[in-house]
Design a protein around this ligand. Structure first.
Ligand SMILES: [Zn+2]
Ligand SMILES: [Zn+2]
Length: 140
């Protein structure tokens, strides 16, 4: 199956080299900028906005990673071992805590439940068929 993993070349920085990640000059590395809005005479509201240059990260990369083109994640093939316990029924779920797409800014763990349910029920029905055949052969 295809998954997104954090780019192994830039390790999620999106830059060609670690040295190319520099502090955002627009927000001074804060990730946020202070804006002021005048509400009327003598009233000024000060509020924070996310820096649009660095998207709130406080750093910008001067170069783009050649492997992920600055996307910070790359597509990768991953094989999952699904072992079906014969005692399990169709309602059981198998969890794959680390089997989700990886995002540079989010922890891994997002995964498509329907896919695993599909794989699970498929392998479950296969194992049931096999078990039924074996018992039929023994009994007959
Ligand atoms: Zn990269
Ligand atoms: Zn910034």
């Amino acid at each position: 199956m295809r998954l997104q993993i954090i780019c192994p070349k830039c390790r999620g920085s999106g830059a060609e080299n670690d040295n190319d990640v520099v502090r955002c000059s627009s927000c001074g590395g804060q990730g946020v900028k202070l804006s002021r809005r005048s509400l009327g005479p003598g009233f000024v509201q000060q509020f924070q906005t996310t820096c649009e240059v660095c998207n709130g990260k406080g750093t910008v990369s001067r170069t783009k990673c050649s492997k992920c083109q600055g996307h910070k994640v790359v597509a990768s093939e991953r094989v999952l071992d699904v072992t079906v316990d014969p005692g399990m029924s169709d309602g059981n779920t198998i969890e794959f805590p680390d089997a989700g797409d990886e995002f540079a800014d989010k922890p891994a763990g997002f995964f498509c439940v329907w896919f695993y349910k599909f794989v699970f029920s498929l392998s479950l029905s296969l194992s049931i068929n096999r078990a039924e055949k074996q018992s039929q052969e023994k009994g007959g």
